[in-house]
Design a binder for this molecule. Structure first.
Ligand code: GLA
Length: 424
């Protein structure tokens, strides 16, 4: 598609902006001030808390079709996922025909989606859910289907005509494209449709989107793809799929950038995809603590009661969805032991997670009165010698006394204890 004069001008403006102050480094150092692009996609407040949904990729890759997905939509509702707060139902890569049509339009694969994409979107909406779709900033998607490069505005119009509510926008086959400009162009194309479409950036953190994506999209992947393994990355030839702990370890450096309408995306969940119950619980807990988007990636039709119990736990989800929208910080840790993660919550409450990274059970003996909390980012603090908090053990569903008494518990290997602290 030929670009309009308006598009070319916009691209020029963003090229200028992108040369300005984006060389700032991240890390545990003090927050850096970064010049933002003009707010592109910000009028709508689409994600005041981390988005929640389901995505087809982790279980089905490109093996998706209308019947399978309609069943999944039905189970999304009947299993309690919708009641627990999940809203988006997103088709990832593989929904298209291999070629655009003679008018340059994307076409839903007629074998996989015989009723067409509008009908499928209508079905999703008829259940009170929101409909998400996938494409890529490059010439082709990661699985080789037609990408959006050069078709941004017409693809956005097509999605809007189908009733798309979320676009996940990937970064394969992008050659020399400038990431910030490419995502801004697509954000403007979505904005131009007039339909509120949540924009989910997926360039794997390669170009530090936490520095520039606030105002461009509501969430941005900060890491490469996840794999269903707690502590071992998986080498895939040209790239590496990341374990839960590898992704967790990348979060402290970008904590300061996380917040309402610009969420650090730790990737889709692997809960229910082969890890142990404790590992799944620890994985989900950490995504809640990190205020990361919660996008389930399991086969909802076959989920066990345990998997369902994790994914729909209202107390854990409340921590994720807390209105303050702040990620947890890590106050101690070592590779083989127990780490302590602290999340400030609204009303001066807190969530504290003891994460046992090791392959052995570990015993925690935590003396509150000797460990005041102070979060430099939110300035929230708690001095337990002065204020007593009630403790609730979230996964055990038990109140366990107060911060007057030290907390002692053995945590199984690759598992967590998650406590909420409320002022008594
Ligand atoms: C990339 C993304 C994944 C998924 C696949 C689809 O790897 O990071 O989340 O969308 O592409 O091909």
């Amino acid at each position: 598609m030929k670009k309009t004069v308006g598009q070319i001008l916009w691209m020029g403006v963003f090229t200028l902006l992108s040369t300005s102050s984006l060389l700032a480094q991240t890390g545990n150092e003090a927050p850096v001030k970064v010049e933002k692009a003009s707010r592109v996609n910000k009028v709508t407040n689409l994600a005041p808390t981390p988005p929640m949904g389901w995505n087809s990729w982790n279980t089905f890759q490109t093996n998706i079709n209308e019947q399978l997905l309609r069943n999944m939509v039905d189970v999304y509702v009947s299993s309690g996922m919708k009641d627990a707060g999940y809203r988006y139902f997103t088709l990832d890569d593989g929904w298209m025909s291999m070629e655009r049509d003679q008018n340059g339009q994307l076409v839903a694969d007629p074998k996989k989606f015989p009723s067409g994409m509008k009908a499928f979107a209508d079905y999703v909406h008829s259940k009170g859910l929101k409909f998400g779709i996938y494409n890529c900033a490059g010439d082709k998607t990661c699985a080789g289907y037609p990408g959006t490069r050069g078709h941004e505005y017409e693809d956005a119009r097509l999605y809007a005509s189908w009733g798309v509510d979320l676009l996940k926008y990937d970064w394969c086959n992008t050659d020399s494209l400038n990431a910030r400009e490419a995502y801004i162009t697509m954000a403007r194309a979505l904005q131009a449709t007039g339909r509120p479409i949540l924009f989910s950036l997926c360039e794997w953190g390669n170009h530090q989107p936490w520095l520039w994506a606030d105002g461009v999209g509501e969430m941005y992947r900060a890491t490469g793809d996840i794999t269903a393994n707690f502590d071992k990355d998986k080498h895939m030839g040209t790239w590496t799929a990341l374990s839960v702990l590898t992704i967790v370890d990348k979060q402290p450096a970008i904590r300061q950038y996380n917040g309402p309408n610009h969420w650090n995306d730790a990737d889709m969940l692997e809960v229910g995809n082969g890890m142990s119950y404790g590992e799944d619980k620890a994985h989900f807990t950490m995504w809640c603590m990190l205020a990361a988007p919660l996008v389930a990636g399991n086969d909802l039709r076959k989920m066990s009661a345990q998997t369902r119990g994790i994914l729909t736990d209202k107390e854990a989800i409340a921590i994720n969805q807390d209105a303050m929208g702040v990620a947890a910080y890590r106050i101690s840790g070592n590779a083989d032991g127990v780490e302590i993660w602290i999340k400030p919550l609204s009303n001066k409450n807190w969530a504290i997670c003891f994460l046992n990274r090791s392959a052995q059970p570990q015993t925690v003996d935590y003396n509150w009165t000797k460990n005041a909390l102070h979060d430099a980012q939110t300035k929230q603090d708690a001095d337990f010698t002065k204020t007593t908090y009630k403790l609730h053990s979230l996964w055990d569903k038990k109140d366990i006394g107060t911060t007057k008494k030290a907390f002692k518990q053995t945590i199984p290997a690759h598992d967590v204890v998650l406590l909420t602290l409320k002022q008594s």
